[in-house]
Design a protein. Sequence first.
Length: 321
Amino acid sequence: MAKPNVLVTRMVPQENLDRLRERFDVEVNTEDRPLTREELKSKVKGRDAILSMLTDTIDGEILDAAGPKCRIVANFAVGYNNFDLAAATRRGVVLTNTPGVLDDATATLAFTLLLSVARRIVEADKYVRDGKWTGWAPLFFIGLDVDGKTLGVAGLGRIGKNMARKAAAFGMKIIYNDVRRDAELEAALGARFVDKETLLRESDFLTLHVPLIPETHHYIGEKELAAMKPTAVLINAARGPVVDEKALARALKDKVIWGAGLDVFENEPKVEPDLLGLDNVIVVPHVASGTTETRLNMGRIAVDNIVRVLGGQPPATCVNP
Ligand code: DGY
């Protein structure tokens, strides 16, 4: 009997591929770029399973192109806004993500951005490399204190909580907004649940960890930025469209807020050109989960889900409604 057939839409860690290849016929996109829509449509044909990336839009058209054999699409990501959940559920296709294993890496990157913006690390590094440094000076590269300041967390899921714990170790006060309260975190860290207006008004550093859903599109726009402190810093390691990038660029240019650290962008890999000319924003290319162990663990969960579903078992981390 022919082995089940799996498409992997982008190179993943070799160990993950080896495990898949022990059981299945596997085709991998080894090019250093995502598949185009047309390539994806053609390559998914007749597959039993697809291991997808957040850069692959998996909707009804792609699932129809895959055909009726396709039982699972396993995303190599915790976020799954690239999935049309209803379209997959209607076709009986299981969709999965990789929760839990990237909280540390993602929150660490978000906290790194926070510290780097506060202490102007990228700007200062460039200054030295450009040969501009002439010696110590008292009013030189003045940054922001972090210790004892207020961290606002928008979206207290696993990554938001992880970020709150890291911040608490810096003596930061934690305020948060979410669709539900977290009594445990409130007790453990003295975190305070606040409404969105208070979050914007009181945060010295505001870190975004909400999922991208219609309600969170442009969660931060011109009005929200205007409500923040002029000394505030915005960190986004969630999804780009959660922030109105043009409004953010204007706010940073006009010093409506002090700075920003961005791992994600509205139209990746494009970045709003107005942002790139500014010193008070640090931009990195969607790398928050990018550590060796984390990427291996993300792949392990995606592969486990494929093995389980093609073996007739329920997936471990299903996201279908
Ligand atoms: C995710 O998993 O959703 C991140 O954005 C990439 O790791």
